[in-house]
Design a protein around this ligand. Structure first.
Ligand SMILES: Nc1ncnc2c1ncn2[C@@H]1O[C@H](COP(=O)(O)OP(=O)(O)O)[C@@H](O)[C@H]1O
Ligand SMILES: CC(C)(COP(=O)(O)O)[C@@H](O)C(=O)O
Length: 278
């Protein structure tokens, strides 16, 4: 790191179920739903540059939400994001990169914004890019977030499942979030609201997993591969579901390895996105 660079860490976030809420103002648009933030996340380093550029795991990369954040702050920067998480697989990597860029750029360039203002900038950038609706506010909160109302901090009401757990995940392939979000989401949203009502009545991890499984099936998002892996975990007495929106299965505890899969391991992340010590 150079003297004038700053670094932030943002947890990954898997959504279990969600409903889409559109609005003209991207700060008011978003999703309601629930998921888990993860100790596996994205580290973002920002330093001043003559012209904006971005790298993801040391390769040149384009994440629209990141460039939108830099434009909103009126700065040109070199952004370096690193992550062990698969990209485009339902872990909110684009939201994490946007939020990490907002936090680190604010410090590097002395932009003088508050945390809520930076979350709002990253949320709006993510919504306008079509790559996510609720990841940024969940990643800013940490834990096992329940998104009661959609939108940036000024609008979105949040709660959480008071829990900590080890998590395993297995990615079978990529799935474009923007392709799903730009299609008809009426049915998906109807099911998502239904599951939210259930989870609010009983805010526990088993209910989160059960409602997530029902959502994936009833909203017609399951693929045969994901369904078969989830079925194997359940058959061994474990809890698993599909990460929205990706070809990814996540399980509580050691559910995937117990079913014979070679899975990645992490845990829920108790806190929200944060700047790191220089
Ligand atoms: N190697 C890559 N694979 C997939 N997406 C990538 C890659 N590099 C950059 N991107 C960008 O990252 C973003 C991924 O967004 P999304 O599909 O919502 O996935 P995620 O669930 O990880 O947030 C998109 O903006 C895409 O253009
Ligand atoms: C499910 C999704 C719309 C996209 O999530 P991802 O593919 O991880 O960017 C998320 O942002 C949400 O609102 O819950």
């Amino acid at each position: 790191m150079t003297d004038d660079s700053s670094r932030a860490f943002v947890p990954g976030h898997v959504t279990g179920f969600f409903s889409v809420h559109e609005a003209d103002d991207p700060e008011k648009a978003g999703s309601r739903g629930a998921g888990l933030t993860l100790s596996d996340g994205v580290t973002v380093e920002v330093e001043p540059a003559v012209e904006t550029s971005m790298q993801l795991n040391d390769e040149p990369a384009a994440v629209e939400a990141v460039t939108r954040v830099l434009s909103a702050l009126g700065v040109e920067a070199r952004v370096r994001a690193t992550t062990d998480l698969p990209v485009g697989a339902g872990f909110g990597v684009s939201g994490a990169a946007a939020l990490g860029t907002a936090l680190a750029a604010n410090r590097t360039f002395d932009c003088g914004r508050s945390e809520n203002e930076l979350v709002a900038i990253a949320h709006a950038a993510e919504v306008e890019s079509g790559t996510g609706l609720g990841d940024v506010v969940a990643q800013a909160r940490g834990g096992v977030p329940i998104r009661l109302d959609p939108g940036a901090p000024e609008y979105g009401r949040m709660d959480g499942v008071p829990a900590w757990t080890r998590i395993e995940y297995l990615t079978l392939g990529e799935r474009s979030t923007s392709a799903v979000l730009s299609g008809n989401t009426d049915r998906l949203s109807e099911v998502g609201v239904d599951k939210l009502v259930r989870l609010v009545e009983e805010p526990t991890l088993p209910t989160l997993m059960e409602t997530s499984r029902e959502f994936a099936r009833e909203a017609d998002l399951l693929t045969p591969e994901v369904e078969s892996v989830v079925g194997d975990v359940l058959a061994e007495g474990g809890e698993a579901s599909m990460a929205m929106l990706g070809e990814t299965v996540f399980a509580l505890g050691n559910g995937l390895s117990r079913a014979g899969y070679d899975a990645e391991t992490c845990e829920t992340y108790p806190a929200g996105a944060r700047l790191e010590m220089p």
